[in-house]
Write a protein that binds this ligand. Structure first.
Ligand code: ACO
Length: 309
């Protein structure tokens, strides 16, 4: 009882719950679910852009992309570490990703067909990630909140590199501008789906907001993203593929069209354009990387033995 009161007092004071503090089991389970899904998204998210590493149009673009994809791996690592503070094992979480019992973001199940897709991912996908993730820096669970601070700084750099790449395409040839518009047409709606189902269908939001894990609802953040992005599209000279998108002076926000929630449900269930390919690649990388994990473990043991001696 006293523990429960302490937990509630910490939340009410907007302070952080730490790993050794008592917490309700459902709070723990919700955090494990969300942090693991987030970590998996970062790791699977390396694939769509990683596919362009060998085809980047210049050494400079290649170096930037390589650094960005490595950053995503780092984000996955911080997040798995944050999840481990809740008493789960990283190997179990990976198993759940590989067997499809834990989700990752729908956005990474779409293919990267052209070089413009890489820039559009930086602009829209990392842009959406920032809007969704900056409030998580104030999440009530300390290790998750702290991991998000560095992740958001890096995501912000990723978003700007994407936008800068798209400015180069805007100032390029007609074919490059067409490639840019085509990529925007394909990524716009999936980016809006990243924020999750509409509030009325969001099963976890009410409880997660009461626990101050989430600070804003899915629809609130989606609206914030649209309001931020629509003027940027004008700068890039592209049209967002939504006939209903227009400024609403009364609401001081953009109105926008209906998202295809059937498509969202299909992609969540595993039936998106690249779901099977993403998991297959991920499992192959994990299997082929077994020797690296074994070697790292053997090395760590050897070092520990030296310290003990
Ligand atoms: N892709 C896949 N699954 C999703 C998505 C999505 N875009 N959006 C929601 N879902 C799932 C939820 O995980 C939940 O399923 P579950 O209960 O089986 O876990 C179900 O749909 C219902 O959604 P909500 O009740 O709204 O779920 P939640 O409160 O967790 O909100 C959200 C979803 C907004 C994604 C939240 O979990 C979050 O903010 N997560 C952290 C950020 C994150 O994971 N980002 C990943 C992509 S960004 C990147 O990696 C660069």
């Amino acid at each position: 009882m006293e523990q429960q009161a302490h937990f509630e007092a910490v939340l009410a004071a907007d302070e952080r719950i730490e790993p050794r503090d008592w917490m309700p089991e459902k709070y723990r389970a919700t955090l494990i679910r969300q942090i693991a899904q987030h970590a998996h998204s970062e790791i699977i998210g390396m694939q769509p852009e990683g596919a362009w590493l060998t085809r980047a149009p210049s050494l400079r673009r290649k170096a930037i992309l390589l650094a960005k994809v490595q950053d995503e791996a780092g984000h996955g690592m911080y997040l798995y570490s944050a999840a481990e503070t809740l008493g789960v094992d990283r190997a179990d979480l990976l198993d759940r990703l590989h067997t499809g019992t834990q989700k990752y973001s729908t956005i990474f199940n779409y293919p990267t067909l052209t070089w413009a897709d890489v820039g559009v991912i930086g602009w829209l996908v990392d842009g959406a990630a920032i809007v969704n993730q900056v409030p998580l820096c104030r999440c009530s669970y300390g290790p998750y909140a702290r991991a998000m601070i560095r992740i958001c700084k890096e995501e912000s750099f990723h978003q700007r590199q994407g936008f800068e790449m798209l400015l180069a395409l805007r100032d390029g040839t007609d074919a490059q501008r067409e490639m840019l518009q085509d990529a925007v047409n394909r990524w716009w709606w999936p980016s809006l789906m990243m924020f999750g189902p509409p509030d009325a269908a969001s099963t976890n939001s009410a409880q997660s907001m009461a626990w101050r894990i989430k600070r804003h609802s899915n629809d609130e953040l989606r609206q914030r993203f649209v309001d931020m992005t629509a003027p940027q599209a004008d700068v890039l000279g592209v049209k967002l593929p939504d006939e209903k998108l227009r400024w609403n002076a009364e609401r001081n926000s953009y109105d926008f069209g209906e998202i295809d929630w059937d498509e969202f449900a299909r992609v969540v269930k595993g039936d998106g354009p690249c779901n099977a390919e993403r998991i297959e690649r991920r499992v192959a990388a994990h299997t082929e990387g077994a020797w690296v994990r074994e070697a790292a473990l053997a090395y760590a043991k050897k070092q520990a033995a030296k310290v003990d001696a």
